[in-house]
Design a protein around this ligand. Structure first.
Ligand SMILES: [Fe+2]
Length: 125
């Protein structure tokens, strides 16, 4: 039963193309914007937006609770959000040592956990 429950496990859109996403996927898939190349150890900005392809509701009964950023499987940062007063469109400042893809995760209080598509990033010495 769990595999059919959206609140179980990690949801991910089947296609990165918004044209081929369902409305649920458009509203929940985090979209990462980051430089394609950075210098090792130097801070840079990464933005993560939920609702890039279709706005997600932001009300007391339905909202994005948090957004997390990872480098591969390494946790980098997290932002907790409240409904109405904060928007699921955040900026992180990070510095990387290794070129693992950036991945964002978010949790909607009604529709569970969602993962972005990975964004490759080159780390120069
Ligand atoms: Fe939702």
């Amino acid at each position: 039963m769990c595999e059919e429950d959206i609140l179980c496990g990690l949801n991910k859109a089947k296609s990165e193309s918004a044209d081929q996403m369902t409305d649920l996927e458009k509203k929940h898939t985090p979209v990462i914007k980051a430089p394609s190349k950075v210098k090792k150890g130097e801070p840079f900005e990464v933005s993560v937006k939920v609702g890039e392809h279709m706005p997600h509701p932001n009300e007391n009964a339905h909202y994005i609770e948090w957004i997390e950023l990872y480098s591969g499987e390494t946790f980098l940062a997290r932002v907790d959000l409240v409904p109405r007063l904060a928007a699921p469109n955040v900026k992180f400042t990070v510095a990387l040592d290794h070129a693992h893809p950036l991945i964002a995760k978010e949790r909607c209080n009604l529709h569970g956990l969602w993962e972005s598509f990975p964004v490759d990033i080159e780390v120069e010495e």
